[in-house]
Design a protein around this ligand. Sequence first.
Ligand SMILES: O[C@H]1[C@H](O)[C@@H](O)[C@H](O)[C@@H](O)[C@H]1O
Length: 621
Amino acid sequence: MSNSHDEYSLKHMSSLMGSRRQRAVDDGERSLIGSPSRHSATGGDLLDQDAPTPVFVYVLAFFSALGGLLFGYDTGVVSGAMLLLKREMNLNALWQELLVSSTVGAAALSALGGGFLNGWLGRRICILVSSFVFSIGGIILSIAPDKVVLLVGRITVGLGIGIASMTVPVYIAEVSPPHLRGQLVTINSLFITGGQFIASVVDGAFSYLSHDGWRYMLGLSTVPAVLQFFGFLFLPESPRWLLQKGRSQEARQVLGQIRGNQSIDEEYDAIRTNIEEEEKEAGGGGFIILRILGHGPTRRALIVGCGLQMFQQLSGINTVMYYSATILQMAGVRDDKQAIWLAAATSATNFVFTLVGVWLVERVGRRKLTLGSLLGTGLSLTLLAVGFLLSAQNSPPITLHPVDLQNSTCRQYESCEFCMLDPNCGFCYRENGTGVYDSSCVPVTQTSTDHAAWGRCSNQTEATDSPIWAYNYCPTSYSWVVLMGLILYLAFFAPGMGPMPWTVNSEIYPLWARSTGNACSAGVNWIFNVLVSLTFLHVAEFLTYYGAFFMYAGLVVLGLLFVQGCLPETQGLQLEDIENLFTGQLCSCGGSSPNGNRHVHYIRVKGNNYLPSDNDASDVE
Ligand SMILES: O[C@H]1[C@H](O)[C@@H](O)[C@H](O)[C@@H](O)[C@H]1O
């Protein structure tokens, strides 16, 4: 369909609608077809955009997004809790790794399984289940007597995160009016980064409580979980899911409740007709994932959705967040407590810039926001890499070679750079105004990375003349380049690549494929999250830090090409119309605009349903 043809049809239709609208207005009837906005002729104008949005939609979005808050809190809180836990429970590296990654691994599994639950039980029940699971997980964590019970608690919480991460965006998208959908779904991502920020503040506050502080850190998530559970006991199911299950009376009632005093007939008809059409098109029966893969538009939507989630994680967000404390140490922050509070500043930056995304998403659209974000993310990663490269090239030499009775690998290194890349060693040095002196590379203790196994750095004192122990980093005068890279990275990532993969995934699948599509893409997000965070230190060991960040920058360039070629704009479209954006070839999606895929459903005039083509607008497509 050519653009000029579209334009002709739309203009023509618009004038036809214009006279009809006039008649309707003359008749004192509120017409939903006639909004002269850019949404006219799509489902987007099935609701009057100028009418105030009922507060109820915001209440629904808030209670659902508590799932995002829990997702952010439980993934964020563990780093601070681990500092206390590893001392109190004497955890070795394997147990620390297990307690951190078991949650993300469990989230991957439950996100994949959540697709089935979502289709079967509905969005509301899934949100209730996830908040219940979160509450139980929080209670287990706060009373855990040993590390095994802690592991059970972390896995339980992960199961809740997985279900919430795939259900909440879908639920919000399904209850939102089209013109607010992007903003409301993005609020879920705001709650994720908000949860991460709250977690870092809680970590900071309870880090002073060295005995049992972790119980409060891990257990506090029970509060929002219980709030969400009780809230959702009183909140309705998604009208789209109800209609799909043939519960049309309930669907109509819920839609009416959500839309307040606006007329819902047109929206209701559009959803119903679409469900019928979809069922015919995609053919019933069989495994949904096979139907998705066998049907061109849904297969392409799935590729776009999973690709976005994969590139979100491949752009290294979680290593940047995780690595922020080390970056800050490089910048000269030596005190543990200060480092914890500065890490809170990092997550605050992520949160504040997600807010920018909420503001921008309905102004510039998903596509431009994602592209701009990727471009900035790539440039900031390059800056980070250059900062690490400069630090490596100017890495302080090792001047002292004490006799190493353990015969460790540490004695072979000539500069701090290689010493810090070896996980068994750390850099022990003194410094004065002009630089580093009296430096050595010595083994780290088995029990903690805070000290050397022996020698001058084995028992740290606060005395000003005592040597400094640097594990996993090197002192450098280029830390400001790295710090700038970090801040710019978050400022670019947070408004676009952070939230858009979740937002776009909640919109691009037709109803029959929505639960499964979101389950797969959320699963891909969690799987790549585990992969990237577990491999980071090994990648850094092989490629060095600058090599690792250059690699992420390269992956971002691939992401940029992918988004440029394949991500269509979904802004302002009725969910039911979005499938049409994927009818062309995969990598021509970028060329489709909402205007190029107008799809007219029903227009109700004075209570009658008819298709425009049945009447005077027969040349309208
Ligand atoms: O969208 C979120 C957000 O950007 C978080 O900061 C990040 O930790 C998650 O992995 C991601 O999925």
